[in-house]
Ligand binder design. Structure first.
Ligand SMILES: [Fe+2]
Length: 425
């Protein structure tokens, strides 16, 4: 099939997902700012349109912007999240019309020019916004499931706790994305990193394991917390992971589609970096550094190569038994339940289910060059953001890889983020 046809199909599939996410919601749900942490959903819709118009029509197609007067309001950097709710945003019908109009223009340009790298970037941009939209829908506690076909959640007792470790031998490995395939600027350049031997959790830490920490006084033991983490926890009266509530029938968890009993075998989610670090200290462990995480996910010691995905060279596909991506179940699967996704060292669930906090500050690789614009990565380097790896159940399969890097501030809990432990060998 011609590449342009494949790209058109992928753009259409991504758009359908965006529309499905908001379809069951009321206009007020879509237009309100539910949290200072998140944009009103209607901002995301018009921002997706503005970004596509900027990159596919204006920069790639060299045509004027459709609505230059809206460019600043829907520019992520010029208009930060906290102020988006105070702006005279388009209403839902106008934002949806803007999406349609821009897409028509973008497809006309694609017919004329053929596809470029920017098409992949714009496609992934929309898919990444789908995940932040799911975060916003969950935080808003609307109690209405997003309009996605959800597979039933796997149940049953888990065999993993998150405290079991696999060994990663010491020595060099190759970190970052290779030339010749799409990657974001912060994944490049590819470079050699020498690491001593270490151990890493076979799976992310489960709810059952984190519950023992919570009920065992983990949030009261000063010695397990950093100074900054303790102040944050005290200031905001944090006593358990985000979305948890204790009730007469046990612990419950607010999920994107409503309350559910806390599932003991699923990875814990909605931890801040501070909580992940305190939990690690309580278990005489630490968070993996970013190079450690990537080596555990990708390095094939026998062949001396880094794999694009923990299991090999093939991208993940929904239902292939390798990774719980593409929100097939509106939440994580039990930790370690997809043995087909094992990395060469035997780590499970490294892509999908939950993002994993690393010890590392988000920073450039040696020789970094911003591409195609500074505001994607460079403006976030060395400003206190912590790197997250792996992707969550809400991440699209096309976005997740062993080299993909995410980042957020250490106090943030809206991300579908959990923790995988590491230990010195
Ligand atoms: Fe964006």
């Amino acid at each position: 099939m011609p590449v342009a046809t494949l790209i058109t199909g992928a753009l259409e599939e991504a758009r359908q997902r965006t529309l499905d996410l908001v379809a069951p919601l009321s206009d007020a749900d879509v237009e309100c700012a539910h949290s200072a942490l998140m944009s009103p959903l209607v901002w995301d819709l018009a921002h997706i349109a503005a970004y596509e118009d900027l990159w596919l029509v204006h920069r790639h197609g060299r045509e004027p912007l459709l609505h230059p007067e809206w460019a600043a309001m829907y520019d992520a950097f010029e208009t930060p999240r906290a102020v988006r709710g105070d702006l005279p945003l388009l209403d839902r019908p106008a934002a949806l019309a803007y999406l349609d109009d821009v897409r028509d223009r973008a497809l006309r340009v694609l017919d004329r020019t053929g596809p470029g790298e920017v098409h992949e970037m714009v496609l992934r941009h929309e898919q990444q916004h789908n995940e932040t939209m799911l975060q916003a829908i969950e935080l808003a506690r609307l109690g209405r499931a997003p309009g996605l076909a959800a597979a039933p959640r796997p149940s049953g007792p888990g065999v993993h706790t998150g405290l079991e470790a696999v060994e990663v031998p010491g020595g060099p490995f190759v970190m970052g994305a290779p030339p010749g395939r799409f990657a974001f600027d912060n994944e490049r350049p590819r470079h050699r990193v020498e690491l001593p031997a270490f151990r890493i959790g076979r799976t992310p830490v489960t709810n059952a394991t984190f519950l023992r920490f919570t009920e065992g006084g983990g949030y009261q033991r000063r010695e397990w917390w950093s100074d900054e983490g303790w102040s944050w926890k005290e200031d905001y009266d944090i006593t358990h992971p985000g979305g948890w509530a204790a009730g007469p029938e046990g612990w419950r968890q607010w999920r994107v589609d409503g309350w559910a009993p806390l599932h003991p075998a699923e990875p814990v989610v909605h931890l801040s970096w501070f909580e992940a670090g305190a939990f690690a200290r309580a278990h005489r462990a630490r968070l993996p550094s970013e190079p450690e995480w990537e080596k555990a996910a990708a390095w094939d010691q026998e062949r001396g190569v880094s794999r694009p995905y923990p299991w090999g060279d093939r991208p993940p596909a929904p239902g292939d038994g390798r990774a719980n991506l593409d929100h097939t179940g509106l939440g994580p699967h039990p930790a370690g339940s997809l043995p087909g996704g094992a990395s060469p060292c035997g780590a499970l669930g490294m892509l999908g289910d939950v993002w994993e906090w690393t010890a590392s500050e988000f920073a450039p690789y040696p020789g970094f060059a911003a591409h195609p614009y500074r505001e994607y990565s460079e403006v976030f380097f060395a400003r206190g953001y912590r790197a997250l790896r792996g992707g969550s159940w809400a991440t699209r399969a096309r976005v997740a890889s062993a080299t993909f890097r995410n980042w957020d501030l250490p106090q943030r809990r809206q991300v579908f983020a959990g923790v995988r432990l590491a230990w010195d060998a």
